[in-house]
Design a protein. Structure first.
Length: 238
């Protein structure tokens, strides 16, 4: 793929900036269009990217959706709200000294979003904290932080930890506009997917749809190339 991280010759899981016809780029274009359609008349300003369990692809979905929206001309902030296992600084090769948890501290610098090499896309990395992330997210400051980030972008994407493992995504999500659930084929169980949908519904969060990650050639029936396996979106909201 044409988009690479700083490490030489390492294939990237981020969609290509140069090749608009690559399967990953096209898949995220479809997801972006879906978001546009479901938000007509009521623009989505903040979207939670969540999934039931670990290693299901939340972080690369969040990153690629951010890239895709930025390439469509939006001013995007991608927030790494997975303070337990932050990843976005690695994907975008950014320093991670200060990040999302810094915004909850006194005298926080609200200009913490870092530029990436994609015009229009900035990243607030996961940073580091000694405080339990679920305590941070359930504090009253969260609403202020969310609002202040939203005021600096057209759309904000939040990467989060797994829903069935820790409460962070649900706690944060209950304060955001909507959620996309990531399911990884061969990894996510039906029961966990159902449980995740129920937990989001209990928190009254609008579910925009499910992104099926890692659709292989066998199941998808199209030719998949590059290091990024394909994505698809099912269900146009509930
Ligand atoms: N569609 C895909 N194509 C290629 N590699 C993928 C795909 N989806 C996930 N991976 C790989 O699987 C691993 C987990 O992906 P990712 O970090 O996005 O998942 P996560 O749900 O955020 O995991 P964690 O629970 O660690 O936060 C990464 O090494 C990623 O590169
Ligand atoms: Mg992750």
């Amino acid at each position: 793929m044409a988009y690479t991280n700083s490490s030489k010759n390492k294939p990237s899981v981020l969609i290509s900036c140069q090749d608009p016809k690559s399967p990953g780029t096209e898949a995220f274009g479809i997801i972006r269009t879906h978001l546009h359609l479901v938000s007509e008349g009521n623009p989505l300003r903040s979207i939670l990217i969540c999934s039931p369990g670990p290693r299901e692809g939340r972080s690369i979905v969040a990153a690629n959706l951010g890239i895709s929206l930025a390439r469509a001309g939006k001013n995007v902030i991608l927030v790494d709200a997975d303070m337990r296992r932050p990843t976005q600084h690695v994907l975008f090769s950014l320093p991670n000294k200060n990040g999302f948890p810094t915004l909850f501290t006194e005298n926080a610098d609200l200009d913490i979003a870092q530029k990436t090499r994609i015009p229009g896309l900035r990243v607030i990395t996961g940073g580091s904290t000694q405080t339990n992330p679920s305590d941070i997210l359930s504090s009253d400051t969260t609403i202020t932080v969310i609002k202040s980030i939203a005021s600096q972008a057209d759309i904000v994407i939040y990467d989060t930890p797994p829903v069935t493992v820790v409460p962070d995504a649900i706690t944060l999500g209950s304060r955001l506009d909507a959620a996309l659930i990531v399911i990884r084929l061969g990894v996510t169980s039906r029961d966990d997917a159902k449980r995740t949908k129920e937990l989001l519904e209990l928190s009254r969060l609008r579910i925009l749809g499910m992104i099926i990650n890692d659709i292989q050639e066998k199941t998808y029936g199209s030719s998949i190339t590059g290091s990024l396996n394909s994505f698809g979106i099912v269900s146009t909201g509930y």
